[in-house]
Design a protein around this ligand. Structure first.
Ligand code: 5AD
Ligand code: SF4
Length: 464
């Protein structure tokens, strides 16, 4: 076999479903693969190794895996060198049951076992099938190699940074505490070091990640172990990161309303790099439903946090997650959700029909609204959101803003690029601008999903 053939054999393709944590996990896996001699394939069909990073938050997401696995049967059988692996939340829950169910699947890796991927892929090439889903309560899983020089990531000046992982909240509808394990926070010093390294490579905007990101360090503080663990309050972490040279924008996702303390609110007034956008999942506007969901706040408490944020940063954009059709949700409860949406004036929202997840407490609550009722509620809610979003967008026309260019947008009629403004709105800009550039833009048009802007001048040179 010549070198060129050997080269094409060690190629990979990763399919990712779900949240930003999963997207970032896929980046970590790709980086590991680079360190182990793999390179990205030009197309899935050409890859030697295909990985599916799965999501189980709703039934629909989980079913995507089963469809995908079915479709990959022919790909796998076309060559004995091909290796197929499944990771993420479905892998964590199902483990070797997936291997039993899908004879063409080679290996399964859980959410705490990303580091094993290259070894498992090599073993699979030698014919060894395996599933590794053991949970690790230590910080070892965060100790991953620095970015491989050939793995430039997206090269658009942005990077995700995990600050904590896992969730101990156990909202009754949610599978995450069962797929991501217990809350664990990284030491502040290693987060600062990672961000400083990213900044040296041209990253100017970071998004701090955690299932309940602002619960960062809370268990250490409760046990009076913060010093030993090297953690600090979340707002203090944000302040430390804002002092890293080169970091111009800081975002975080997703915070839980109950951990939104006065310090974090104050940070929004005081830390210039902290973006004026918070994605603050509310889930429902009915206190009765919130209690059944075990969200641990009332609507009034949620609204008080929103008011405090607005007092600190009057232009702040608030987005949210909403669930309709939760067990016991009456029409009155649903109307209360619409009412709350209007009172807050959410700039945008992700909205879902409740999907029963096996093993969660909500499946025992019963009394689920009929599917057509849930569907109608979802449609009505999304129509209201569309109006709210459009009103926000229209109010922006004529304003100037700064957009970090992410890439080319697929719009008809000439070249254009898209990026995000400080409020996390997507802005399309006609013309050609390099990814990573911070472009000064004037908003000229509003659509229900995005803004259209004209470049005034590039603020600074493109990120490396
Ligand atoms: N059904 C519907 N939506 C859900 N979410 C989480 N679990 C479920 C479920 N079982 C939604 C919540 C959460 C977002 C990430 O997904 O709104 O904030
Ligand atoms: Fe799921 Fe609730 Fe944890 Fe969010 S806070 S990940 S909704 S259990």
């Amino acid at each position: 076999m010549n070198e060129a053939q050997e080269e094409t054999k060690r190629t990979y393709w990763v399919r990712t479903f779900g949240c930003q944590m999963n997207l970032h996990d896929s980046e970590k896996i790709e980086n590991l693969l680079h360190h182990n001699g793999f390179r990205p394939a030009a197309a899935q069909d050409e890859a030697e190794l295909v990985l599916i990073n799965t999501c189980s938050i709703r039934e629909k997401a989980e079913n995507r895996l089963y469809t995908d696995l079915g479709l990959l049967r022919d790909w796998k059988s076309a060559s004995p060198n091909r290796v197929l692996g499944v990771g993420g939340c479905v892998a964590q829950q199902e483990g070797d049951a997936l291997l039993r169910r899908f004879s063409h699947l080679d290996f399964v890796f859980g959410t705490h076992n990303l580091r094993l991927v290259p070894t498992m892929a090599d073993a699979a090439r030698r014919g060894q099938r395996s599933a590794r889903t053991e949970e690790h309560a230590s910080l070892d899983r965060f100790e991953l190699p620095a970015r491989h020089p050939d793995f430039a990531g997206r090269g658009n000046g942005h990077a995700f940074v995990t600050v904590m992982e896992g969730c101990d909240m156990f909202c009754t509808f949610c599978i995450v505490p069962r797929t991501r394990g217990r809350e664990i926070s990284r030491p502040a010093a290693s987060i600062v070091e990672e961000v400083a390294n990213l900044a040296r490579r041209g990253v100017r905007e970071i998004t701090l990640l955690g299932q309940t990101v602002n619960a960062y360090g809370r268990h250490d503080a409760r046990r009076s172990q913060s010093e030993a663990a090297g953690t600090v309050p979340f707002a203090a972490l944000v302040r430390q990161l804002s002092a890293v040279p080169g970091i111009e924008r800081i975002r975080y996702t997703s915070p839980h309303p109950i951990f939104f303390d006065a310090d974090l609110v104050a940070a929004h007034a005081e830390v210039e790099a902290l973006c004026p956008h918070v994605h603050l999942p509310v889930q429902s506007g009915s206190d009765a439903v919130l209690a059944q969901m075990r969200r641990r706040y009332t609507c009034e408490e949620y609204l008080r946090r929103v008011d405090a944020l607005r007092a600190a940063r009057p232009d702040i954009a608030i987005t949210t997650d909403l669930i309709v059709g939760f067990p016991g949700e009456t029409d009155t409860d649903f109307r209360a959700t619409l009412d709350l949406m209007q009172r807050v004036g959410f700039v945008d929202s992700f909205s879902f029909k409740y999907s029963p997840r096996p093993g969660t407490q909500a499946v025992e609550l019963g009394d689920v609204p009929p599917p057509d009722v849930a569907q109608a509620r979802l449609a009505e809610l999304q129509e209201l959101q569309r109006e709210l979003t459009l009103a926000h967008h229209r109010a922006r026309v004529g304003q100037e803003t700064v957009v970090r260019v992410e890439g080319e947008s697929h719009r008809r009629g000439g070249k254009s690029v898209y990026g995000r403004d400080p409020y996390h709105r997507v802005v399309n800009i006609p013309g050609e601008l390099a990814p990573g550039l911070f472009a000064e833009v004037r908003i000229v048009e509003a659509t229900p999903h995005s803004l259209i802007g004209e470049a005034i001048s590039p603020k600074t040179a493109a990120a490396a």
